[in-house]
Structure formats: structure tokens, C-alpha cells
Ligand binder design. Sequence first.
Ligand code: PRP
Ligand code: URA
Length: 208
Amino acid sequence: MPVIEVQHPLVKHKIGLLREADISTKKFRELTSEVARLLAYEATADFPLEKVTLECWSGPTAVDRIKGKKVTVVPVLRAGIGMLDGVLDMIPNAKISVVGLSRNHDTLQPEHYFENFVGDLGARTALIIDPMLATAGSMNATIDLLKRKGCQDIRALVLVAAPEGVKALDTAHPDVRCWTAAIDSHLNEQGYIIPGLGDAGDKIFGTK
Ligand code: PRP
Ligand code: URA
């Protein structure tokens, strides 16, 4: 099952607060960052460690360090930008790759308008960030781009997923794991997640 619904009480509490209809832009941004931080914590739980010896105040001491992981965080424009600072709080040395996709309101198909990837993707873990997994068209297109560039360890963080998107992601990319704060009920006729968050990009950018 590539989509993992995180059950941590802090995650559940914060995603509940995000659903409030008249939430302010400030509060929506803050909670998005906080949930992103917690999802990043979960999605990196299997990073391997190695021992290194440091000169500590009490003498040479073996300490743990993350072994050989080079990370690129991949915000999907626009809305993924809202999760970026939270993930970078946890992985401050990560490089940033950017993918620009816009979902066509009529066809619900993603339209590609920008990409800028860091080098050496074959040696990196990619953490795709996008608040919403609806049909999964945007997520699958982003994963396709990363795979074409040679990336082999691809993970995704989304605030809310629809069962339709979970299925589509699982079918297209069973090797990619995705951590989400909630798997909701369904998509409505306009392709919005119900109950969902509404238009996450508009709420993060204050455009509605
Ligand atoms: C939203 C969202 C995802 C996509 C999800 O972005 O942030 O990228 O739709 O839908 P899907 O799973 O059906 O592809 P949108 O294209 O509306 O653009 P925005 O980030 O600029 O608001
Ligand atoms: N994009 C959003 O911002 N919200 C949804 O519910 C679906 C796609």
C-alpha cells in the first residue's frame, strides 16, 4: 500500500483545524507548515544511520549520523510551496527541485508549465510535496518526470488524499510511498476532495 495515513494525534488534530471553512490565510499557512513537518518526520523514519566519532567535551564519542542520504524536496507549484518551509525545518540541507503543474478545471488533467531539477537525481531521495492528492494526475506526472531523470527513491507528502487518487497512484507507481494526514471520502463532480480543504493553492496564496 503506497499511501500511508499517518495516525499521530498531532497530525489528526491539525488536519481537523485546517478544515474550518473561514480559516484565515495566516492560520492555514501555519498549520500547513506544521503538518508538513510531521509528515516529513514520518517519511524519513527509515533513513539509515551510521556511527561517526566526534570530539565531544568528554572525549571522542561515537554518535549517529544519517548515512549517505542526499535529499531533494520537490514542491509542486503552486500549492506545494506552502509545505516547503516545514519540510526544510526538518531537512535543512535538502536541495530543492521545482515542478510547475496546473490542473485543467475542465479535463482535470495536469498541464506542465515549469520544471527545474537539481543534478544527481539518481543518487537522491526525492520528497514530493503537494497538499492535495485528488485524481493523482499531478502526482503521477511529477513522479514520471523524476523517474525519467533517473530518480529511484521517490516519496510523497500530501495533506489530504482522495481514495480515487490513492488507487490511481498505487496503480501507476506501486514503488512510491506517500504519507498523508487524511484519506477522505471521495471526489465531487468538479474533482474536489470531499470533505477536503477546498482549493489549497488559493488558501495558501490568499488568492480567494
Ligand atoms: C492542485 C493541487 C495538486 C492538484 C491535485 O493544484 O495542489 O497539485 O491540484 O489534483 P489532482 O490530484 O487531480 O491532479 P492546482 O493545479 O489547482 O494548482 P495550484 O497549486 O496552482 O493551486
Ligand atoms: N486541488 C485542491 O486544491 N483541492 C482539491 O480538493 C482538489 C484539487
